[in-house]
Design a protein around this ligand. Structure first.
Ligand code: PHE
Length: 440
């Protein structure tokens, strides 16, 4: 059976950007930036994305295309034993992240419904906090929406690389940008919005600390979907004549732009109505509805806002599922249909304790964390950095000649290659080990 390929370069870029742009850029970035010195955080985030982030993304895409295989097969083919373990860890991390990502994806669907009925359109943040808590701790409702979200993701992945993932991304990613622009214009034209704009853009250098650097790096790698085989898998579907540097620069530019736009969308509006911008994770589900409740036409904008979150989450979850499915298909010789159904079922089941751990199973904890938080902590703070270090070492030291050959396919060896090698060999491992040590 011949391997799937993207239909066009644009399709590839939008699918990879769709994976990168997700809850990380739209949900996490605004509140993390707001609590970490605004403009200073944005600048550091940008620098990390364009240096180490670019090197790792290029490395992953080149590996995938050179091997033409899934995440596990790529490491086996190019590195031999014991490297496939790194691919396997990546696949496992995708699986674990997907299980709680899908729970949160379900919340966005539920909130589209709550916006349509108007039940969350109150300016009382206390009531909204209670509503949100009552919803996520409910034993049944979030599970229904988790199933719905996983079902949507399954439908896309069943469609395959071109007809499913690429077509969805080509349609949804432009829609995402239009939605954001509409919401930004609405936010910026509110009286008092300028203060929020200044708060977001003025660099507060006193907030530049070790913890902030670790936060910025963690968010950069998470939001670029690096270190778990996603860009390897997407890279393995790229045609031989597609330039990888230009493509990855596009993906990074679109992701950074989205983070910036997400800040512009959320913070001025939050300021205009006098809410606390550093409300943390609750900013999206608790503060934003209160903001919409006070806006002219707020109900419409609330619906649009949660549709936007759903779109962002869906194109990311599709990439998480695709990595696992492609590994199962090729390593266990299973047809796409069967692999996709099996993995979805497993993810659905794992999501159940994750969701319940926020409510009725709250008492069951390990290391002081419920299951949901444990999954998040284990993947974001330990397994992802581990995967990234190993990836950087693999690219920089073990298989650099193959990667370099893949990246200089169009004529002579480009001058920037040496810089990329330096990033993979030294800078990335040192920085990421710093994150790991800090997290431990
Ligand atoms: N990049 C996605 C986001 O920002 C999340 C993600 C992480 C997706 C890792 C795939 C892999 O939400």
């Amino acid at each position: 059976m011949s391997r799937s390929q993207w239909g066009s370069r644009l399709g590839f870029i939008l699918a990879a950007a769709g994976s990168a742009i997700g809850l990380g850029a739209i949900w996490k970035f605004p509140y993390v930036a707001a609590t970490n010195g605004g403009g200073a955080f944005l600048l550091i985030y940008l620098l990390i994305c364009l240096s180490v982030g670019l090197a790792l993304m290029l490395g992953e895409m080149a590996l995938g295309r050179a091997a033409g295989s899934n995440a596990v097969g790529t490491f086996r083919q190019l590195g031999g034993k014991p490297w496939p373990i790194v691919g396997l860890v990546g696949v496992l991390v995708c699986f674990l992240i997907y299980s709680f990502y899908s729970v949160v994806g379900g919340w966005t669907i539920a909130y589209i419904g709550k916006s349509l009925t108007g039940s969350i359109l109150t300016s009382d943040a206390k009531v909204l906090g209670d509503t949100f808590n009552a919803f996520i701790t409910d034993p049944l409702q979030p599970l229904v929406f988790h199933g719905l979200f996983a079902g949507l993701t399954l439908a896309v992945v069943l469609g395959g690389v071109q007809k499913g993932i690429e077509n969805l991304s080509k349609f949804l990613m432009p829609a995402l940008f239009v939605l954001m622009l509409v919401l930004i214009v609405r936010g910026l034209t509110l009286p008092g919005a300028v203060d929020g704009l200044l708060y977001f853009l003025t660099p507060d250098l006193s907030k530049v600390t070790g913890t902030m650097l670790v936060d910025a790096m963690g968010l950069a790698f998470f939001s670029l979907s690096l270190g778990m085989g996603i860009m390897i898998t997407y890279g393995s579907y790229v045609g031989r004549d597609t330039p990888l540097l230009g493509s990855s620069l596009w993906v990074i530019a679109l992701t950074v732009l989205t983070c910036f736009l997400a800040g512009l969308m959320v913070l001025p509006a939050v300021f205009a109505f006098g809410f606390d911008p550093s409300a943390g994770p609750g900013l999206t589900f608790i503060t934003m509805p209160a903001v919409f409740a006070q806006m002219a036409g707020g109900q419409l904008f609330a619906v649009l806002f949660f549709c936007l979150l759903l779109v962002a989450a869906l194109t990311s979850s599709v990439s998480l599922l695709e990595v696992v499915v492609s590994a199962v298909m090729e390593e266990l010789k299973m047809p796409r249909r069967k692999a996709a159904w099996l993995v979805t079922l497993a993810v659905f089941l794992l999501g159940i304790p994750a969701s319940l751990s926020l409510g009725i199973w709250r008492e069951y904890t390990l290391f002081g964390k419920g299951f949901f938080d444990l999954l998040d902590y284990l993947t974001s703070n330990l397994l992802m950095p581990l995967g990234e270090v190993l990836l950087a070492l693999f690219v920089g030291w073990k298989v650099w000649p193959s990667v370099a050959a893949e990246l200089s396919r169009h004529g002579k060896t480009p001058a920037w290659l040496g810089v990329m090698r330096g990033f993979c060999r030294y800078l990335a491992p040192v920085l990421i080990l710093g994150i790991l040590v800090h997290n431990l």
